[in-house]
Design a protein around this ligand. Structure first.
Ligand code: FO1
Length: 318
């Protein structure tokens, strides 16, 4: 059994569910103990600005300034700029708030000055008072492209503009062959005692990280624990359940999540919600230790409680 105070964890995260799990872990693990590797497959250009939604969602959540209703964007937000962008017949389907714009303006300026996405993220985190290392999975663009019956589209067009309704046939990542895990991410994997796959969308938040050259090998070398993003056959938020059906012709369940990951990363542990208690034995038969607990990350206090249960389970596994 590992002493929690000595545990070094790397969390893989994307989207709102991932950010909320990370928020729980960050209340229990110091910045020395916890590093967060974040998906950048959702990144895109909009209004001439470089937008990195998953980095922002994790940063804002850890800074305690994210909009609790949506999980993304900022608290106390205005949309005056959006109103005037409409006057100029600019696209308005991606709702950028006024305060949020400062992040995109600054990130775009610093990237244009030649700073890496990792350095830009470090600087913004420091200004927001976030002490944990939020690490983009790579510094090169590696954008998720949705191949749908309605044609190909970038991820945000699929997810926001089309409200993830087009039928998905497959996904691809623009630039993946030139993309590399950053040195900081590789170092975090090497030093980790445990890797936690947060309850994010397996296909568009976690797979972009796993697809990067060398990622699977580095992750397989460590004990891995995952939390199911599917509860009672449904995603807590977003298209994960629909993607199980459309991408791999599989009914979404905590069990299908476990076998999806286990197929290419042997899971040491898997955490499912009480609603899926009935799946515990079937998942255990795959050779995975299963923990059944509440996994609804509804607010920061609950996020911390769930993280406590997860880490206690983890300390018995590693
Ligand atoms: N999601 C929406 O459904 N509608 C939006 O208008 C929207 C705006 C937005 C602005 C900034 C940002 O960081 C995220 C935003 N998101 C919006 C969420 C975003 O599309 C998703 O959180 C991730 O890309 C999926 O993980």
């Amino acid at each position: 059994m590992k002493d929690l105070s000595l545990l070094k964890v790397v969390a893989l995260a994307g989207g709102v569910g991932g950010a909320r799990m990370v928020n729980g872990l960050a209340q229990l693990l110091s910045p020395v103990q916890l590093s967060i590797v974040v998906n950048t497959g959702d990144d895109f250009e909009y209004w001439g600005l470089f937008i990195s939604p998953d980095l922002d969602t994790v940063m804002y959540t850890l800074a305690g300034i994210s909009n609790p209703q949506t999980g993304w964007g900022l608290l106390d937000e205005g949309h005056r700029c959006l109103e005037n962008m409409r006057l100029f017949h600019q696209p308005d389907w991606f709702g950028l708030g006024d305060r949020d714009l400062a992040t995109h303006l600054t990130r775009t300026q610093w990237l244009r000055e030649g700073k890496s996405l990792t350095e830009v993220t470090r600087r913004i985190c420091s200004a927001l008072g976030v002490q944990h290392a939020i690490l983009p999975m790579c510094n090169e663009p590696c954008c998720t492209i949705a191949i749908t019956r309605a044609g190909e589209m970038d991820f945000q067009t699929y997810f926001v503009k089309e409200q993830w309704q087009p039928q998905l046939m497959s996904l691809r990542w623009e630039g993946v062959s030139q993309a590399q895990l950053t040195p900081q991410v590789q170092q975090a994997f090497l030093e980790a005692d445990l890797i936690i796959i947060c309850p994010s969308n397996p296909f568009v938040s976690i797979d972009p990280i796993l697809n990067l050259p060398g990622a699977l090998e580095m992750i397989r070398a460590k004990p891995v624990l995952a939390i199911s993003p599917i509860i009672g056959g449904k995603a807590v938020k977003g298209p994960a359940a629909k993607m199980f059906r459309e991408l791999i012709d599989t009914e979404a369940s905590a069990k299908s999540v476990a076998s999806y990951y286990h197929h290419h990363i042997p899971l040491r542990g898997f955490i499912i919600d009480q609603q899926d208690q009935n799946l515990q034995n079937e998942i255990s038969k795959m050779g995975i230790e299963v923990l059944v607990t509440n996994t609804l990350l509804s607010d920061p206090v609950t996020q911390k409680l769930i993280a406590e249960v997860v880490l206690d389970f983890a300390c018995h596994l590693v």
